[in-house]
Structures are given as C-alpha cells and as structure tokens.
Ligand binder design. Sequence first.
Ligand code: ADP
Ligand code: MG
Length: 642
Amino acid sequence: MNRNYVFASVIGFALLALVPVFTHNPYYIHLVETIMIYAILLFGLDIVVGYTGQVSLGHAGLFGIGAYTAGVLFLKVGAPFWVIVPASIAVTAVFGALLALPALRVSGPYLAMVTMAFGTIIQILINEMTFLTEGPMGLKIPKPAVAGYKFDEQSFYWVVTALLALSLLVVHRVLRSQLGRAFEALRGSPVASDCMGVSVYKYKVYAFVISAGFAGLAGCLYAYSEQYISPNTYNNELTVMFLLAVIMGGRKSRIGSMLGATIIVLLPKLLDDLEMFRMVASVLAVLMLIGAIIGVARKMTTAQTMAVPVVGTAALAVFAFWLDSITDWRLSIFGLMILFVVYYLQDGIVGFVRSLLSHRSRGAKTAHVAHAVDSHVDPIIRAAKNGGDDVLVAKEVLMQFGGLKAINQVDLRIKRGTIHGLIGPNGSGKSTMMNVLTGIYVPTAGSIEFEGRSVVGRTSSDIALSGIARTFQNVQLFGEMTALQNVQVGLHHTFHSNFVDVALNTSRYAQEDKSATARAEGLLAFVGLADLAEEQARNLPYGKQRLLEIARALALDPQLLLLDEPAAGLTAPDIKELVLIIRKIRDHGITVILIEHHMDMVMSICDTVSVLDFGQKIAEGQPADVQANEKVIEAYLGGTAT
Ligand code: ADP
Ligand code: MG
C-alpha cells in the first residue's frame, strides 16, 4: 500500500476512535457507529457492483440474514460473541452464493429484479418464521460480553471501529490481488476473462460470497448496535439506499463507500432540520462557485459544464431560505439530489475528485515504470514443447447458426512449432473457427483434439488453462484496468494462493505476486509497451491495444496461440514490429494460428496456409502454392489482395 494511504488511514481511524472521547452524546456516537457499519456492508457491495459490474438489490436481505443469525444464535443457543461474529459471516456468505445463481444467467435490469425478489423473500421469511425470529415482534439483543466484560455504548463503538479497520485491510488486500483483478476482468470483458483461464462462473460466485460475508458482518454488528431487530428494517428502500451509496460515493473506492455510508445516514437527518439544511445548502453553493471559478481559471473545465451545477446548488440554497417547513419537501429534495449526483457525477464523488486530480498530474503518470526486465529468474515466455507432431487436429467440424453453416465439414491439422495461416474473404468462417477452438461455441458436429484431448464441450477457461490462448478480432481488453493489470490477469493461473493467503498477505502470496508482476513487466517490454504499463487499457491507441492483447495471451503460457487479424488497424511500421514479435513467439516453440488479410505478411511468415470460403476449406498448403491456386484467386485474392 502507498505510504500516504497508510498514514491517512491511521490518522483517520485514530480520529474515528476519538469520537466517543470528544462527545459523550450517545446520539452522535450511535450515528457514527451506524455509518461505520454501513461502510462495512458497502465495501462488500462495491465488490459486486463496482468491480464485477453486476447489480445487486439483494444486499438488504443479506444484511438482515447477518443480523438475524446473530439474534437467533444469541437468544436460542446462547452463543458467545466471538462465535456469533464468524457464524454470521459464514451463514450470510452461503446465502451470497445463492444470490449469485441468478447472476450467472441474467444481467442488467433482469438481475436487478431477481436480486430484489431475493431480498423480498428473505424479508418475508424472517417475518413468517416466528419460531426462530419472533416475526414482526422482533428480537431484543443486549450488547455483547466477552470473557466477563460487558460492552457498553462506548466500548462497543470501538469494537465496530476495529472491525471496520480490519474489513478495510482485508478488502484492500483482496482487491489488489489476483482475486480483485479477476473480479474486475469480469466487468471489462467476460469473454476475454474466460479465455484467459479466469472462469466467469467461478469468480462471479466468489465475488457474491465475499460480498455477502461483509454484509453478514455488518448485519451482526447492526443487531448489537441497535439492540433490537425487526423484519421491516431490511426492506427494498434500504437496499436501494445501499446501491445509491455506492454510486454516489464512487464505485471501486473505499473512501467512496465510507462517503456513501455517511451520505445515506446523514442526508435524511439533514432534511429533518431546516436550519441545518439552509446552512449546508449555502456552504455547498459557495464551495461549488469557488470550485467552478478555480476550475475554469485553470482550464480544467469549461464555464458551460460548470454552469448547471453552480446554478443548481445556488437555486437549492435560495430554495432553502424560501422554505418555511421542510417536512413536505423532504422526499422531493432527496430525489433531486440523487438525480443530480447520478447524472452529473457518474463516477460518484470520489470519481469526480479523482478526475480533477488526475488532470493535474498528467504526464507524471508514466514516470514510475519498471524497466528491469533482466532481473528475474523466470523466463518471460515459457518455451513450449517441441517435436514434429500435430498440436491440434480438427475433423469434419460443422458449426451451424440456424440454417447457416458458418463452418462446413472443415478439417485442420496444425503442426507443432509452425505458423499456420487461416485466410479467406469476410464472413468465410475464420473467426467462428477460433470461437469453436476456444470453447465459445460448441460445434454442431465434428471432433477437435488439442494435445490428444478433446476440446468439444469443455468451458473456455478450461481450454485456455490447457494451453490455448487467443486474441480477438474486435479487441477485448479489460478497459478500466492498466496495461500491466491486463497482463497480470493472463498470469492468473500462476497463483495458487487463496483468500486466506491474500487476506493475511502470506509469504506464498507475496512471492507469487512478485514473480507475476515481474513477468507481466517483462511481457509488456516484449511487445514494446513497457512505458505504458500504468496506462488504462482503454486509453491506449488501437495498435497498442492489439499488442497488449498478445502480451496478455502469452501470459497464459500457451502451447497454441490464436491471433485473429492482429494487424488490422496497425500502421506499416507497427506491422513490421508485429511480424518480428510473431516470429519470436514461434521461435519459443509456441504454435501460432494466424488469421490475417495482409497477404504479404501471411505469405512471408506462415509455414502453411488454409483458405476458407463460405465455411469450407478450399485450399491448403505452402504459401506460394496457395497463392497460385486458381480457386483461391477466384474466391479471395483476385478481389482483396493488398
Ligand atoms: P470471418 O471471421 O471469416 O470474417 P465469421 O466467422 O465472423 O467470418 O462469420 C462467418 C459467418 O457466420 C458469417 O456469415 C456470420 O454472420 C456468421 N456468424 C458468426 N457468428 C454468428 C452467431 N453467433 N450467430 C449467427 N451467425 C453468426
Ligand atoms: Mg473474423
């Protein structure tokens, strides 16, 4: 972790811990405690929403499960606090796996509906299972006692503070590890994740389970904090508030989660108190005006973009003084504020501040890139097996989409250690062939054997891990991740450390992380992207994105590398560079299948070329023979040769 962050966190938590010393007012202590409890839940929700990009409206339900696990275990079993906390986490985590099931099938609005239904069902169950939960009557739980010591308002506050700090540490470690990268990759491109050996199925469930664990901890602490729980707390309104908190605070940010928690706890209180509302609205308007003036003066933003927020906050302040009573307007003001934040600050408050700051520090960004490539033991590219046999044998492959035979009875034999060209007009089935080889499509008929083992019917991630890596015709990078992180996702298979290793930062994890980082840097250097390691993939020029995809694919230590039009969109000097790279890859013994339209490139580097037309193989052989083939000239080369 960055030194400054550690320092800021320590100061922040020290200040938090001092709250009960400065104020003895139990109302304020309880308010801050609630914010901290919500923040723990939001850390977890952010994993699902911010990182994997799934919607969850089921988190109030999970929160309820955590609270009721604690309540029931205390009242029915008399379990001690130190058993109840881990039990609440574990029970809720199991329900998290249940909530993940719909996410494996549906997404977007459908997922929102299904997860909301989950929350509703949980609430109904809590209400109906009176033998455990006392139904609408609710449960009363006293503050916990440990080893004879009974916690009071103040000391329990410190328990919550400590657990918030611990949660922050764990979530931070998980998200910066290979697990966090896997979650983020799902959002970037599920197809590419699978083809890099990161199973979308597995990591979606994993993300929901971890997320639910935090919700369970939060729920458990909430039960002890309120000392009374009843089913109607865990309703759909709360679940929407949680989601809003993540969006308003700023996704993919722990500060964002804490800010979001503060907003959803304090905003309703603020809207209860007219004097306070007037003051906050005025301060907000003045701050916005000052911010806009500075922003425009420094050319960080334009007067036009700032006009609406400035006028909006000013109008809010005027409105606040015009109002006589706030009660009738509460909900409308609340709704407007949310609309404003969601519309204007799409990356939340933290995202907005970040964008202002990054504006300033542009240019300094690429300074800290590691150049030390020679310093590690691991070879950057692992040599593949050698020998003259066939790596891949496909027989009579048929791929039918409705009535269209995109691939029609195609045989392919790919000799180990060669570059095998696959050419043909647009729509002839080349990309479909790659999708069939990598498990994205299951062929309608035919057999495919890779290294003597059938590929048909296996998942993409399983096939990838067995040694087939690929790039995509329309680039599939993890856009919000840096170039380095993209390659590190490809190195996911080199990690054997689990959640516990990551959370405890064990030497096994540290070792794996170190060597993966060094190899990722080496691979970036190999494709000439060392200087751009810290740049977000989506900000790279198109040609560089294609090279990055190759580096990421190599990270998988493949026996067979499939390149789908790697030179498309590249400039002439870049293509020369690419040819050198592909040759070097082959020299490491890695077999390459190359789909390409640049004929001079295909003819110069391929050992064998197969030609597809309307899904059928019409020719195969040495480049020169194929080039002279009548059928090929008629179908393809005559019109489109470059
Ligand atoms: P190429 O890569 O050679 O340009 P493709 O393999 O992308 O061609 O496409 C071959 C044919 O299969 C095209 O007619 C395309 O429209 C069709 N096709 C590819 N994928 C699908 C799909 N998922 N559903 C229906 N048709 C598809
Ligand atoms: Mg294609």
